[in-house]
Design a protein around this ligand. Structure first.
Ligand code: ZN
Length: 134
């Protein structure tokens, strides 16, 4: 088995959270390597089962793999950066991240991506021109 290399996870993600897209340079805390399927659920430490996540997303995600869609109440899996295309599930409306699919909405909800403090942080970054959502 190939040796797991953390640096490759960072480079593949271009140093930004693969869920909320916050770049490391604009985060107060260091980004972390997330096990997409948690080790608790027998998720391996491989490039295919890991992604880069900001401390806020990773902390809120914990060992979750799914959630209940705030719109329908139906159970849906979380967004998986290794198999899902981000732009099919999410769209920016200013600093607000909107879910286009049950999977997107569940991920925003479970990971608290639109928490008021995180929204304000993104609003300030957008206003300063330091960050774009494109
Ligand atoms: Zn994030």
């Amino acid at each position: 088995m190939a040796r797991f290399r953390r640096k490759l996870v960072w480079e593949r993600a271009q140093y930004r959270c693969e869920y909320c897209h916050l770049p490391q340079i604009w985060s107060f805390l260091p980004h972390e390597i997330d096990h997409i399927r948690a080790r608790k659920h027998h998720g391996p430490t491989t490039l295919h089962n890991t992604c880069l996540a900001c401390a806020c997303c990773n902390g809120a995600k914990g060992t979750n793999v799914a959630g209940y869609d705030p719109e329908s109440g139906d159970l849906a899996p979380l967004f998986n950066p290794r198999v899902d295309l981000w732009s099919e599930h999410f769209v920016w409306e200013g600093p607000l991240l909107l879910g286009l699919t049950p999977q997107g909405r569940v991920t925003i909800d479970v990971l608290n991506i639109n928490d008021p403090n995180r929204l304000e942080h993104r609003r300030l970054l957008l206003a300063s021109g330091d960050w774009t959502t494109s």
